[in-house]
Design a protein around this ligand. Structure first.
Ligand code: 6PG
Length: 235
């Protein structure tokens, strides 16, 4: 299982390097094809990375299109919403046009917002007149149980091979009902950046990197692509 791993010895260097790596990949895609797509990770680790990213002045945000790898089924003013976290730490601080941000519309009934998000994604790529749905950059965290986005171990969402978005529930973490991108959406990407912050991430990374059972360790299927970069500060 090949992936690039970089461990940082301070949170500051971790956050700075992570933001600069995101910026570099966005700029590379803007330069080569005129636009860039990014799937944002939720949770808590990315918050400081997004804040640092918002300070970098050389990104043409009008050419960046943001999506969410997963969302909790809560309103867009709920502190547990990934959209709220990203809006506060990044979106509200940069000049990205609102039509470039594709949020999960959790104001809709649960099943409707899942179908709606699938339509939002597919419509975006069809407007870009590309034949294959392929995200440029996916940001991921790693849950203490090995989940990515809201693809939890032993979840039926792990076996979805056609839809780009599906439902997912958890009794282990806050907010039971979730909306998550599936492997078909995630595996389409050309770059994966994992941000691991905290001492509890080393153990789960070791277990995940030694497994090929993605039903037990969902992140392993991403690591198997050979296209993942892991940036870590274990604290
Ligand atoms: C979420 C995230 C989730 C997160 C992991 C790790 O909605 O919670 O998308 O997949 O990335 O739980 O979270 P931390 O990086 O905050 O530990």
């Amino acid at each position: 299982m090949e992936y690039k791993f970089t461990e940082f010895t301070s949170k500051e260097s971790f956050v700075t390097a992570a933001a600069e790596r995101i910026a570099a990949i966005l700029k590379e895609n803007i330069q080569t094809k005129g636009w860039a797509t990014i799937i944002l990770a939720g949770g808590s680790t990315p918050r400081s990375i997004y804040a640092q990213l918002s300070t970098l002045s050389d990104i043409d945000w009008s050419k960046v299109f943001m999506f969410f790898g997963d969302e909790r089924y809560v309103p867009h003013d709920d502190p547990d919403s990934n959209y709220v976290m990203v809006r506060a730490s990044l979106i509200d601080k940069v000049s990205i046009p609102k039509e470039n941000v594709f949020a999960v519309r959790t104001e809709m009934p649960y099943e409707h917002c899942i179908e709606d998000y699938e339509i939002q994604i597919r419509s975006f790529f069809s407007r870009k007149q590309v034949d294959v749905i392929q995200f440029d950059l996916i940001l991921l965290g790693l849950g203490k149980d090995g989940h990515i986005a809201s693809l939890f171990p032993q979840s039926k969402a792990l076996d979805e091979e056609l839809k780009l978005v599906t439902s997912s529930t958890t009794d282990e973490f806050k907010v039971r009902e979730r909306i998550t991108m599936t492997y078909p959406a995630l595996l389409s990407a050309t770059h994966f950046l994992f941000f691991l912050g905290g001492s509890n991430k080393k153990n789960i990374l070791d277990k995940t990197s030694q497994s090929t059972d993605y039903h037990q360790f969902p992140a392993s299927r991403i690591l198997e692509t050979g296209k993942a970069e892991i940036m870590a500060f274990f604290g």
